[in-house]
Design a protein around this ligand. Structure first.
Ligand code: ZN
Length: 173
């Protein structure tokens, strides 16, 4: 009974074109490659639709993660909500779709693969969506105190080098 809730059995759905399946649960995914570290569980609220060509996964995933503030460098907890719209297809189908070029791919040209045992694994989809939605400038709070104003930034070593060169040139003059 150690079933991974992020691996979804789609065997029945695959045999029903136009069919839909709701996937709602809470869980903590174990990623193979690490995105930012999560705090607690993710809330997964998705619908999987068999569009004949692919399985379309839409819905929302929300959670919280640890990020480092770009201003004060403190680690803080950032809540997030991902709007999911992704597709899965069988390996042969992916080749067919890409080869034919008849099928319009949305947003990014990427289709996840349906596993040979007719399951789909949501973990990589979630990981990629988290990474795509990371804030460019993470901020711990709107009133982030910034770095202590009394602490002067350390001198840039490159400028120190320039100074030395300038001084040497002066000596020569
Ligand atoms: Zn901060």
């Amino acid at each position: 009974m150690n079933k991974d809730p992020f691996v979804i059995k789609v065997n029945e759905l695959l045999r029903e074109v136009g069919g839909q399946m709701e996937v709602v649960f809470e869980g903590r995914p174990h990623f193979e490659e690490k995105p930012p570290e999560l705090v607690g569980n993710l809330l997964v609220d998705l619908v999987i639709t068999n569009t004949e060509q692919t399985l379309l996964v839409t819905g929302k995933i929300s959670g919280r993660m640890f990020l480092k503030c770009g201003r004060c460098q403190k680690t803080y907890i950032q809540p997030f909500k991902l709007n999911i719209e992704e597709q899965f297809a069988r390996r042969e189908k992916i080749r067919e779709i890409k080869g034919a070029g008849e099928f319009e791919l949305k947003e990014h040209d990427f289709i996840f693969q349906i596993n040979s045992n007719e399951t789909i694994d949501l973990k990589e989809l979630i990981r990629q969506n988290i990474l795509m939605n990371l804030p460019i400038k993470p901020l711990c709070s709107l009133t982030c105190p910034r770095v202590d104003k009394n602490v002067r930034p350390a001198a840039d070593p490159r400028f120190e080098e320039l100074k030395k060169i300038k001084n040497k040139l002066k000596e020569k003059e």
